[in-house]
Design a protein around this ligand. Structure first.
Ligand code: DLZ
Length: 153
């Protein structure tokens, strides 16, 4: 799924009958659009029944994932981009989002595909966003992981 250029969506997953919610933060729009598109390619290719929930920032991903499971989701794909700034805020938001998503997944006993990018700069995100010049497609990887895990837990 990684490599220069547009990624090839996974084609060997049968996600029919799986309900998946993609929870996506809204900061760093270009990178986020790439991540959402990558997840969408994988979920569509697998035939999953999926929807998109937008939240303001990565800090809000965990509660949105919790609501998705409460609403009957079989899996969640969590997408966010946090870029290091000049204050400790990066560490706080990154840790809170990561810890929150872990807890929600374990409490639900269901997978959260982890597509939260914690970056030193924007270019690192552009390289991972599944865009035409990207090296990696982390949105597709997160969706792939969520589907594959939902099929075995
Ligand atoms: C406040 C903030 C900052 C500084 N940076 C980011 C970021 O890089 N990525 C992101 O997803 N969200 C950021 N936020 C917003 C917080 O996640 C959160 O939405 C706000 O603190 C409101 O709760």
């Amino acid at each position: 799924m990684s490599g220069k250029g547009a990624p090839t969506p996974a084609t060997d997953i049968d996600g029919r009958g799986l309900r998946v919610v993609v929870v996506a933060a809204s900061w760093h729009e270009v990178i986020m659009d790439g991540l959402v598109a990558g997840s969408a390619r994988v979920l569509d290719a697998a035939g999953a029944d999926w929807s998109l929930v937008r939240v303001p920032g990565s800090f809000e991903l965990a509660v949105a994932a919790q609501a998705a499971f409460a609403g009957g989701a079989d899996a969640v794909v969590a997408l966010g981009v946090i870029i290091r700034g000049g204050t400790p805020h990066f560490e706080y938001v990154s840790a809170a989002a990561t810890d929150g998503l872990t807890r929600v997944s374990l409490d639900a006993g269901k997978p959260v595909g982890f597509g939260l990018l914690t970056l030193d700069n924007e270019q690192q995100g552009l390289n991972r966003a599944g865009l035409p010049d990207s090296d990696e497609d982390k949105g597709a990887e997160a969706a792939d992981a969520a589907l594959r895990t939902a099929l075995v837990v």
